[in-house]
Design a protein around this ligand. Sequence first.
Ligand code: FAD
Ligand code: SF4
Length: 460
Amino acid sequence: MIEQNPIIRLSNFKEVNCGFSEEQAIIEANRCLQCARPLCIEGCPVNIDIPGFIKYIKDKQFKEAISLIKNYNILPAICGRVCPQEVQCEERCILGKRGEPIAIGALERFVADWEKKNKLNICPDCQSPNRIKVAIIGSGPAGLTCAADLAKYGYDITIYEAFHTGGGVLIYGIPEFRLPKTIVKEEIETLQILGVKIQYNTVIGKLYTFGDLRNLGFKAFFISVGAGLPILLNNTGIELIGVLSANEFLTRANLMKAYNFPDYDTPINIGKYVSVIGGGNVAMDSARVALRLGAEKVTIVYRRSEKEMPARKEEIYHGKEEGVEFLFLTDPLEFLGDENGKVKEMRVRKMQLGDLDESGRSKPIPIEGSEYIIKTDMIIVAIGTRANPILTNATPELNLNKLGYIETNERGQTNIKDIFAGGDIVTGSATVISAMGAGRIAANAINEYLLNSNNLIIKE
Ligand code: FAD
Ligand code: SF4
């Protein structure tokens, strides 16, 4: 896939990957063996008929290809861009055993972009409306998928979203250069064509409780509020000016449009020497945003080695190309400030890897006497997030695990029979497609639950 030149892209927020041309897509589709037992499908959490849509591309039937995908996945332009295909469908592709697997994600993206270019907005078929109301809490990928599937069954769906715009992490977390926001908006429009209503600026647990929603006539609920509460370090100096969570940094850059200053008057005062603590996608996104906002030097500080980094390989590669520096096997101990309370340095120590820990990765062990100071005037903490307790505090009868995530059975049903849940609020931080998979499973379970309920009184 053609990519924007690393030097040029550092001065803009335009997409890094430019996508396949029609010719490239057809050549790639022709490599597919159309396996009798396609392992790629087993690797996809929403089981897209991958050889089916690839065959259509091969035959230049792009409209048929995208229509087929949309029966399984309502957000193909998003998934084609941000899904970790290398550990899902592409990892299972038989061609990967001896060479390069089929670029399934790039092909999915190609047909989704073709649909947009041709302004087709293809919608999956829906059953006739049954006027039974279902509420979805949160408009991230789990909520959007559950909403779409239930709308296809004919339910009357309202999504309640805390923010003023929909998409969850797709909008406020993942930066523009990986996932343009117009794409998220367009995919949400498809949902609205299916009849799904979205009520923004509505925090469930504050504005409405489940009791209120039942009184409004809702017969079932899907909680998909994500896990957006940042985990912070306990280090001395965490309160200094210039130390912030990746959530805050990325939300200000993306949702508040700091990247588009001065068109939007909400800039970020970016540091000269930015340190990003963590090794996942969120850390990589923060580092690459910081560089684009004008930081002179951006360093990822990570306790383990590159091999253990949970970020996608593609993001690490792109980050390196753009000039992100890496301090591996390094643990931040203390943040030091100047007389104005602004961070100016960080005390760190070197680590070495020991035996495997409960996460299956080598455990970082401190090296005695290895402490030193690094110069930094902005520190972005990207060590993970956890469940936000607003909704669950307002619903004390809901069973949670010891980390505050909602407990469900394998079909997404909680201990309260009309309330289902899925996505990051059940699993902890995961992926877009796993959240979508949970949305789909719960939609089927909600449908069955409602079909078996004998007290459905439909309110006009
Ligand atoms: P979310 O996307 O978190 O959406 C939850 C929504 O619920 C939000 O819109 C929130 O405002 C709303 N909400 C919360 N509380 C309430 C309430 N009380 N009432 C109403 N609404 C509420 N995954 C990938 O597969 N590939 C990637 O490249 C990737 N990159 C990432 C980069 C970043 C910076 C981050 C943070 C995550 C990334 N992920 C990636 C992970 C992925 O985005 C998440 O796993 C996924 O978005 C989870 O979906 P969700 O629907 O469960 O929740
Ligand atoms: Fe094509 Fe690979 Fe799937 Fe086989 S496993 S059908 S080659 S994409």
